[in-house]
Design a protein around this ligand. Structure first.
Ligand SMILES: [Zn+2]
Length: 332
């Protein structure tokens, strides 16, 4: 899903970031050398990291705001700031490599060129491979003066504990529903199903916006239909897997995980299990699915989900998941 991956800072701030700005240490000299910025996907963590980077690089910052006029701000706006380094996986690569992190050493130990300090943004931080993470750890053990590292991640648990423990933490939390819906109404197209999409997105407005714009409300209906067709033997799992891959393996796996989890809760009579997906699936399967079999199934989905971004072939992954679904959910 193309969400929250901008490499330039948007001009406007998201209203749910206000609390983060208010909690930042003043003066900035008291900020830790490394900050772990974490939270669900779709909350604008990268945007916040870049806006914070601009404030930290500004030569004449006001409270939590870059001046927008100084030489440093001009370099930032032109995306040519010599004191800012953004590290992301290189094109076509899934991981941040050890060479990229080693190159960082040459950057942070030189004195800042224009700005009061050097800033490094690493995103998504959990895509560092093990060697890259070890190399970063050495840097965090003896942090360079005059530099701040911003590690951005939606999956902090995937980072080694040794790295997490050496970072100050800043969590980006979802806004309350009222703020999220108000923002979506003002900023998202095709907002008919937006409340459902917001729920599916875990309350993250930018993810809900992306989902609304890509027509996920209709796609989701198709995904439910696919499950029913697989159960009834009307659909070939291999062809279906290809369609799901084209739609986005990550998105489809998250959807399936949530749908099955809600179905389990709903069959078990837990009120929070009620969702658009579980209500529909319940009507289709009429409590014929065995809860313990569903539990085992959900572990398989989770396991595969964790292996996304590994060399494992996504198509084979989806095929296996859909073949298993066909096996455990036969409809007469
Ligand atoms: Zn400035």
């Amino acid at each position: 899903m193309a969400v929250d991956t901008a490499l330039t800072a948007p001009a406007a701030r998201y209203p749910w970031h206000d609390a983060l700005w208010a909690n930042l240490a003043h003066p900035f000299d008291r900020l830790p050398h490394a900050l772990l910025l974490h939270g669900l996907p779709g909350l604008g963590k990268n945007a916040f990291a870049l806006q914070l980077a601009q404030v930290l690089l500004c030569q004449t910052p006001q409270v939590n705001n870059a001046c927008g006029k100084c030489h440093s701000c001009q370099l930032f706006a032109a995306a040519t700031h010599p004191d800012l380094l953004i590290i992301t996986p290189l094109e076509d690569a899934k991981n941040i490599s050890v060479d990229q992190i080693r190159a960082l050493n040459g950057f942070v130990f030189l004195r800042p060129h224009t700005a009061p300090r050097k800033i490094v943004v690493i995103q998504p931080a959990e895509t560092m491979n093990i060697n890259a993470a070890n190399s970063l750890l050495k840097l965090l053990e003896e942090p360079p003066l005059d530099s701040i590292l911003l590690l951005v991640t939606s999956r902090p648990a995937r980072l080694p504990a040794t790295i997490r423990s050496r970072c100050g933490r800043l969590q980006v939390k979802p806004p309350n529903q009222q703020m999220a819906l108000a923002w979506l109404q003002a900023n998202a197209a095709g907002t008919d199903a937006v409340q459902d999409l917001l729920q599916f997105a875990g309350g993250a407005p930018l993810l809900a916006k992306t989902l609304a714009e890509q027509g996920f409300a209709e796609q989701r209906q198709q995904l439910r239909q696919d499950l029913e067709n697989l159960s009834a033997g009307r659909e070939d799992p291999v062809i279906c897997a290809l369609r799901w891959k084209n739609l986005g393996t990550n998105l489809c796996l998250s959807w399936l995980y949530r749908a099955v989890l809600d179905l389990i809760k709903s069959q078990a009579g837990v009120a929070s299990g009620s969702s658009l997906d579980s209500d529909t699936l319940k009507k289709i399967y009429k409590n014929t699915l065995n809860i313990s079999v569903l539990y085992k199934y959900i572990y398989v989905i989770h396991d595969y989900y964790r292996q996304l971004n590994s060399p494992l072939d996504e198509l084979l992954m989806l095929e296996d998941i859909l073949i298993r679904w066909n096996r455990i959910s036969r409809l007469q």
